[in-house]
Every structure is written in structure tokens, then in C-alpha cells.
Design a protein around this ligand. Structure first.
Ligand code: SF4
Length: 612
């Protein structure tokens, strides 16, 4: 097998033991790697009513065939499991150097089950794996943990992924951190790691997976590098990071403010340019990436020299969404989340919802233990610390907006989430292709698989016949195009490839063919993406998901009275009908139709849903 190590490491933390798990060729051909392969592995364990934090819930770390090659923007890995936040399929990806080192350690990924009696960490070095005591690391933040492990293991080429106190305390949106402030952020998979008493995974090694056609990969690498370097966004990302979008996004009505009730705010205060003017900022790149969209704020405070970030999603969630325009507090909030291992999006949305509830007179000073006012930077930081420490109202906020709405007897539509996962910082009223992607995404409100703003603002995806259209309209095959685009972007997390990589589908299929030696055409790329989306859908169906769950929260469907989206809301009924028809999902049950599953070679899933 080319492009793969051909095996996973299976870790049973209860036993405890580790063993090698060979991968089957047909599974790799069909599911490629990363999150798609993880879904195939987890599929058989899924049962309705399962507790995401039970020891038997598997946790998967997975790289893909692109990882570890010379192709730019491929140092990525996926962390997957049933989400402690939503109870449905959970996945998150991250970059840095960890993904390359994980694959270099001799495994394509890790399948982790059970629960350790005491805190442990996993150390894999060039194919040799050990579970080691982590009692001394428990309670430490991620940066301290990383430093202690670096000092202990003294391996300059190792990389650490792990959790902070939020994951240990099972904060439902805690994340898995790695390297310099990189996060597999969404779905609460840090809590899954914490529930297993697994503090960290340390990887090192230089075992290379053989490639089918080295010469072709050299040529394709050069072409890919020139595509990346020639892309206009590359320069903008490097100079200003993802925050370059704030002002343009606000003019388009795409940047939510005041808990999704406004779209106009002083955008110039939260841009990449503002960050660079106020602080000493350097770019940070994942291994092998010529872009470097990451930010590092240097000399932030005497006791805190470097803060990783903030990036767009984080800055908007703690900024305009909370009507907070104090950059200093946004940087601090970002650092608090990184150090403690917490998703900045869900944390920011939960805090903004607390501000909204406070304004409505629901979350009073008596109930909260403090005054919660829009724009109060100190309150944002105080609430974050309360969430991490599970103190007072912080305990409820740590469970996300849906639980908050239920606790206060509010309409669940007021909770800015889909399937329990908080909305990201792109407003569905601004791009109706985003609206349908959010409503139907395998992990809930996900801007990474359905970044349809990139379609409506950018070039077409010619090979898949996806064309830019009127952004605030359901017309022009919008939902069918969004479904195709969602499948394509889903596949990036199987390959594994950064979402910002400006490669064409033809380039992707040629690279995959040259790495694996298996022939992929652009249509096969789409089919593999469809397969990945559908197996995740069946996992969700098995967990109880129906069409009723494919909806946007009411708070994001109220027409705004200002900005470029004033008075416009997506026609969700029309979009959903077209989307279901394109996907061949059953309108009554929300399940993929039997013939669709068979067409995608998901025969077991077809049998599980429909019988033999
Ligand atoms: S664009 Fe950013 S996230 Fe993507 S690989 Fe480069 S540095 Fe990493």
C-alpha cells in the first residue's frame, strides 16, 4: 500500500495494552483516511442512547494519505468520536507539526478505547508505543503540559497533542490542543479524551510512507506550490491572518454581532490591520505551509510573552458577538481558551447568549452572581474563568447554548446552535448556501465543510459544476451545489488537506492517484466525499437524528433591520427540499435512501437502516 503506513495503533486504556491494527485496502480506497476512515471505524460501535463519555466510546486520531508528503498545506489530522457536546457525530481537525510526526511515528492513526485507572499519556516513537503515568500533568494547562513533556522526553522532533483543565473537567466544548496553539476545536472531543484519563499523546519519528510515484509527486508538488504562491489570498493570509475578512465580511452582513441580532459594528477595531498596529504580530505556519495564516502576538505582557492567535472566529466570538471591541481582552480570552483547551467559538457564543439573556431580564445578577452586560471585557474574561473552573453560572455556560436555553425555560430556537453545536462567525442570512450547509452538516453548524461564501465570492469549481451565484438566494441550484461543495470539503478532512488550499479538484485527484497508485478522477473525489457525508449521516440516524434536526435556530432566521442583509432570510424549506432531493435522503425520516447507500458501497449501512 502506498501513501499509508497501513496500520493504526489500537490503544485499550482499560486493559491497558496497545496493539497494531492493519488497515484493509478496500477501506482505504473508499474512505481515504482522516475523518472519513474514522467514521468507518467508529460506525460499528454506535448505538442509540450511548453516553459519549462512556469508556466504550472510541476516540480516533487520524491522518490521511496527503499527510507527510511534500504537497503544501497537508500537515493536518482529524480527531473523531461521538461528540460530548451534541451526542451526534463529532470531528475536528488541526494543523501544526503534530500530524506529520504522528504519521512519522509509524501509524496512520490511533483508535483509543476504554478508560485508564489513573491519568496517563501515550508516547509513540518510531513505531514503539508506551502508556506512561501522567498524574503529575493532571491539572496543568496545555502549555505547561507541553513544556514538562518536552523537558522529560528531550526529543527535539517530538510533538504533543493534549487537553487542558477544561477537558479534564469535561467541559462539553473542550478541545484537543497541539503544538503552538493549534486546536482540534469543535465538538468537545477534549472532554472525550478527559473522560478516558488520557492527558496527552506524544509522537516522534521519521518513518516515511512510500509513495506510488515519487517523480510525479515532485512535479505535482511544484505545481501545487506555484498555485498556492500565485493565489492572491496567500499574501493577505500571511499579512493579516484570517482576521483580514472582518471589515469586508461586515459590509456583506456576514459577521454576526450582539448575539446574531446585529450586523453593523465598528469593524475597524477587530481587523488584522488593527491587530498589527496595536501589537507586535508574527505569522505562524503549519509544517510545510507557505501561507502561514496563524498569528503570534509577541511581548503581550511581561508574564505572557507569546499568545497564539487570535484568528477570525475567535476574535468575532469574543468581540462583536459580545459587543466587545477591546482587542486586549480578545487576545487574553484566546489565550485562556488555548491554555485550558476550550473551543473559542462555543465559548464565545455561550457568553454572548448569557449577555442576551441578561438583557432580557432572564439571567439576573442574583442567578449569575455578577452583572453581565454587553461589551464588558472584564465579564467576558471572568465568565471564561468560571467556565473552566466549573464555578457558579460557569458550570451551565460550559454545557453550551442549548442546555442554557432549556435550563431557563426558553425557546430552544433562541440557542444559536445546530444539533447542539454553536454557530460559527458567518451569518447564514448573508449566504444562503451557508444556511443549508449549517442545517445539514454532519457535525452541526460547521463553517469548514460548508464555506459556501468562498463559492459565491470566488472562482467556480468547474470539475463539479459548482458556480458562484446570487449569495442571498435559494435559486440557481443553490442547495444542490452546496451539497456537492460540502462533500468536496468533507473529503479534505479525509485526505487530510487544509481548507484554505487553493488546489483544483483535478490537482487533488492527480495527487491522490500519484500518492496511492489508485486511479482517482474528479468524479471519484466527489463520490468519496459523498460516501463520507453519508456514513456520518447514518451514524447520526442511528443515534436518533431525523429531518427535524436539520434546521437553523430562530435567532439566526429573524430578519435584521440593518446592513446588507436587512430584511432578507434564507428560504429554508426550499433549500432543504432541493438538498434532500440531490442527496437522495428520505424526506420523512431524514435517512439516506437505500439505493443511495448501495450506490456508495455502504451496504452495511443500508442493511442496518432497511434490513436485508
Ligand atoms: S493556511 Fe493556515 S491552517 Fe492552513 S496549513 Fe497554512 S498555516 Fe496551517
Amino acid at each position: 500500500m502506498y501513501g499509508y503506513q497501513g496500520k493504526f495503533l489500537n490503544v485499550d486504556l482499560s486493559a491497558p495494552n496497545t496493539r497494531e491494527m492493519p488497515l484493509a485496502e478496500d477501506e482505504l480506497k473508499n474512505f481515504i483516511g482522516g475523518a472519513g476512515l474514522a467514521a468507518k471505524m467508529i460506525y460499528g460501535q454506535v448505538k442509540k442512547g450511548m453516553d459519549p463519555l462512556a469508556p466504550e466510546n472510541p476516540l480516533v486520531f487520524a491522518t490521511g494519505p496527503f499527510t507527510g508528503t511534500t504537497i503544501p498545506m497537508v500537515s493536518r489530522y482529524a480527531v473523531c468520536g461521538i461528540s460530548p457536546l451534541t451526542g451526534y457525530w463529532g470531528e475536528a481537525t488541526s494543523g501544526g507539526s503534530f500530524p506529520f510526526r504522528l504519521k512519522g511515528s509509524g501509524y496512520d492513526g490511533l483508535l483509543i478505547t476504554g478508560k485508564a485507572k489513573n491519568p496517563v499519556y501515550l508516547y509513540i516513537d518510531n513505531g514503539s508505543a508506551q502508556l506512561k503515568d501522567a498524574t503529575h500533568l493532571w491539572g496543568k494547562d496545555f502549555y505547561e503540559t507541553q513544556k514538562i513533556l518536552n523537558d522529560e522526553l528531550k526529543d527535539a522532533k517530538m510533538s504533543v497533542a493534549g487537553i487542558g483543565p477544561a477537558g479534564e473537567r469535561l467541559v462539553r466544548y473542550s478541545c484537543v490542543m497541539n503544538d503552538r496553539g493549534r486546536a482540534a476545536g469543535r465538538c468537545g472531543l477534549g472532554a472525550l479524551m478527559g473522560s478516558k484519563n488520557l492527558k496527552a499523546v506524544v509522537v516522534a519519528g521519521n518513518i516515511k510512507a512510500e509513495l506510488a510515484d515519487d517523480k510525479k509527486i515532485k512535479k505535482l508538488t511544484k505545481e501545487a506550490q506555484s498555485t498556492v504562491k500565485g493565489n492572491l489570498l496567500t499574501v493577505a493570509f500571511r499579512e493579516y491572518g484570517t482576521l483580514m475578512y472582518t471589515d469586508m465580511g461586515m459590509y456583506l452582513g456576514d459577521v454576526p454581532a450582539k448575539y446574531f441580532t446585529k450586523s453593523i459594528f465598528p469593524a475597524e477595531k477587530v481587523t488584522g490591520q488593527a491587530l498589527r498596529q496595536a501589537y507586535s504580530v508574527e505569522f505562524a505556519a503549519c509544517l510545510g505551509c507557505p501561507v502561514g495564516c496563524g498569528r503570534e502576538v509577541k511581548g503581550f505582557r511581561p508574564d505572557l510573552d507569546t499568545v497564539h492567535g487570535p484568528e477570525y472566529e475567535t476574535a468575532i466570538a469574543f468581540g462583536p458577538l459580545c459587543m466587545n471591541f477591546d482587542l486586549d481582552s480578545i487576545i487574553q480570552a484566546n489565550h485562556l481558551c488555548n491554555a485550558n483547551g476550550m473551543d473559542t467559538i462555543s465559548a464565545g457564543v455561550s457568553i454572548a447568549y448569557a449577555m442576551y439573556l441578561s438583557e432580557q431580564g432572564v439571567l439576573t445578577r442574583d442567578k449569575a452572581g455578577l452583572d453581565i452586560k454587553w461589551g464588558d471585557a472584564e465579564t467576558v474574561l471572568k465568565l471564561l474563568r468560571m467556565i473552566v473552573d466549573q464555578e457558579g453560572i460557569g458550570k451551565l455556560l460550559s454545557q453550551g447554548t442549548l442546555k442554557m436555553a432549556r435550563e431557563f425555560g426558553r425557546d430552544p430556537g433562541e440557542a444559536a446552535q445546530v444539533k447542539g453545536m454553536e454557530m460559527p462567525m458567518h451569518d447564514p442570512r448573508a449566504y444562503h448556501g451557508m444556511a443549508i450547509s449549517y442545517a445539514t452538516g454532519p457535525r452541526g453548524a460547521c463553517h469548514l465543510k460548508g464555506d459556501y461564501y468562498n463559492v459565491d465570492l470566488g472562482p467556480p469549481v468547474l470539475e463539479l459544476e459548482i458556480f458562484p451565484g446570487e449569495r442571498m438566494s435559494a435559486k440557481g441550484n443553490k442547495a444542490a451545489s452546496a451539497a456537492k461543495y460540502q462533500s468536496l470539503k468533507d473529503l479534505y478532512d479525509s485526505l487530510t488537506l487544509c481548507k484554505f488550499a487553493p488546489l483544483s479538484v483535478t490537482q487533488i485527484s492527480e495527487i491522490l492517484s500519484a500518492i496511492t497508485g489508485w486511479k482517482y478522477e474528479p468524479k471519484d473525489i466527489l463520490a468519496a466525499g459523498d460516501r463520507s457525508v453519508n456514513i456520518k449521516r447514518v451514524i447520526n440516524n442511528k443515534l436518533g437524528l431525523t429531518r427535524e434536526d436539520d434546521k437553523l435556530p430562530k435567532i439566526c432566521l429573524e430578519p435584521l433591520s440593518e446592513g446588507s442583509t436587512a430584511g432578507v432570510v434564507p428560504d429554508m424549506e426550499l433549500l432543504l427540499k432541493e438538498y434532500y432531493e440531490h442527496r437522495q435522503w428520505d424526506w420523512e425520516t431524514g435517512r439516506p435512501k437505500k439505493e443511495k447507500l448501495i450506490e456508495l458501497s455502504l451496504n452495511q449501512a443500508a442493511e442496518d437502516l432497511y434490513g436485508k
